[in-house]
Ligand binder design. Sequence first.
Ligand SMILES: [Zn+2]
Ligand SMILES: [Zn+2]
Ligand SMILES: [Zn+2]
Ligand SMILES: [Zn+2]
Length: 383
Amino acid sequence: MLSRVLALWLWVSFALAAFAPVARAAPQNVCKTCAGTGLAPCRPCAKSHCTAKHEVLFCSIASRCKACGGTQLAPCKCAASPKVSLDAKRAALAAWVTKRPAEIAEFMGREVAVAESAHFVLVWDVPKVDVKGVTDLHGALHLYLDRLEDFYARFCDDVGAVEKDFISKTIGLVWSREADQEKASPKYTLQPSNTESKLMGRAPVFSLFYDKGHMHEEYELHQAIVHHASHCLLSNVFNGIWSGNIKGGWADEGLAHWYENSLFDGVRHYCYVEQDTQVDFKFGKWEAGVRQALDDGKLPSVFAFTALNTTEMTPPQKMYAWALVDYLLRGPKKSFGAFARAAKEKRSFADACQAILGRSALDVDRDWRAWIAATYSATPKAR
Ligand SMILES: [Zn+2]
Ligand SMILES: [Zn+2]
Ligand SMILES: [Zn+2]
Ligand SMILES: [Zn+2]
């Protein structure tokens, strides 16, 4: 008897499974507004919906809409039952707003826009950026959150990291007023600064003042943010330990500059903290500088700069660190991620060479020089 009931139940299950797609595929009076989802765009805030390429989990500007509470959705007129619970979505948004955005508003003494994506929280206070199609603060907020997510994907690919390798999201704060940077930096990055500052490690944060007197073009802001995001992500990935103060400054600063050279038209940005002593070091493309040093017999061995803290490195050493990162990312064996991990685990460069490449640091130094000779031109590229 029991087996008969079981057999009948199995048959019903299979029959339902077999016929279900056919039944679902038949487009009987599917609502054009919601395509059967039961959810339509919220009309009262239709003109100010979040404009994002990557998924936005929360947005404080969107959540100002009283009609939808930031879900930007409303039940469709067709009354199809919604596939997701709008009430639950709305409640989650309401709870989020009472946390970070409320805390920041209380500390800063006014409301500041905040949006959150899968890997970043962005606190944005720049009313306008000079980018086509971006007309207001809300648009700029999402442009930069998207740019950060784009950068995250690139970073993971280069370093060989996956989602679970990160301990927490990176928080970025971008201000249009110097006074706000001065107020926010000690609180959120534990480092007072009127220009830019960052907190590395398990819960990374960067905060910067968009100083148009220093960053003349809009892409310079993008470049500065990429530089800081590189520091933050690298400090967080694998173990939440910043290599910059445990003798792995070459990986920390070398990678931040590597992205400047790869994604923009050369190195322009230095962390302001270290800038005072670096005023006479030329910005620009570094290939020619490194090649020239090699040709002149002035290129130091890797031993000279792979056991220093970030703040101990001279500008030329940062350039050589960049060239080493370049070799480990673009050379015959893409291995920078493993080297960065070793630096974050306080292992020496020589140990890492042996463990990762099966070669002595002396051999790696030789290979690096040969690669530079074969790859870099001594003629500076047009800037
Ligand atoms: Zn509908
Ligand atoms: Zn938004
Ligand atoms: Zn709305
Ligand atoms: Zn830096």
